[in-house]
Design a protein around this ligand. Sequence first.
Ligand code: SF4
Length: 398
Amino acid sequence: MNKPNLIIRIHNYNKVSLGAILGACPPALLNHFNLTPWISSEAMPAEALMSRSLIIYSVMLPQIQQVQKELDMLRQNGAIAETMVGGSQPTAAPESIAELGFDYVVAGEAEDFFPQFLGDWLANKARKGLHTTARGKVNLDLYPGFSELVGYLPPIEISRGCKFGCMFCGVPRLHSGTLRHRSLTSIEAIVKEYFRIKPTRKRVKFLASNAFAYGSDGRQPNLAALKDLLSMLKNIGVPEIHLGSFPSEVRPDFVTPEVMELVAPYLSNKTIVMGVQTGSDNMLKKMNRGHNREHSVRAISLLRQHGFQPHIDFIIGNPDETEDDQFELVDFMDEMLEKYQVRIHMHTFVPLPATPWENKLQSPINEQVKQRLRALERAGVLDGWWENHIGYFRTAQG
Ligand code: SF4
């Protein structure tokens, strides 16, 4: 008898999340399927026309329209495969996805859920509609976080969640305020597997909301845990350890003299990405950042002293942001550029779902401030999509 088809809808933007859920499935379960990767702009696979087929998607906010068009195209072309979707957008705003016409929607972390779901689907027992998983519960050590089926070995997720509560950020709510760490044993096993799969690999990167919080309670660094992590990586012969660079940035209050002395000798990355967000103490309080401008300056200075290029995230257009706050921000940037030759990664505030500011509007950006940001862009010291996001607002569906 023919096996049912599992069609994996792969794009560059969803390889990490698809790898995480497929990696969570035991090989014996996946062996029940004919596995069909459907990659980027490839034509719809013939398996989509067969009745015992399931197409799995993982979707983020910017891809909603593209996915809607693709679902319409599938139906117009006679596809009768069932469809399932998960990912950050269904998790943050399931109502925005429900209307697109997927048969199955999962909101939340899906590593525990997905293998169970596939088993139910094989047995014709899967319930259609929305499935909401418990938040902040997945034990990272139970899953490798990647699957060779998607053709990508992602940065290793060493921590998930965050104990802070920045108003613009969805991470704390999506993970119920938890911070979970992957154990050293699990990280070591994944690194060794990466080198087995690709022996010529040099660089290992990590994924965390705050890389220097590894092994900590999320409020202050755990030097011993950081040391154990880095020395383990060195001892097993990782040629290039990248920590604190994208996609694992750091918070200013975790960039302490002790942390920098500890990590600097181990790291191969020349850049450290740090969220500073604004230059005004007033605005930092409104954002509920949990650190002040002084922490930011000290951290930037320390990064420089230890030979790193600080790449600093800032957000402008925040709710209740005054023109004074905005001028204070660009003055602060100028000061940091002059003293520490930082690079700036600029964002305009976007009201993301599942954040305390999800229903807030952008504050208009003063014209002179815009001119100064553009000048920094032209000078090659500022990057980011900040101008594309001016005027962005979230619709009831988005
Ligand atoms: S911005 Fe960073 S520190 Fe703030 S809540 Fe989000 S993950 Fe945590």
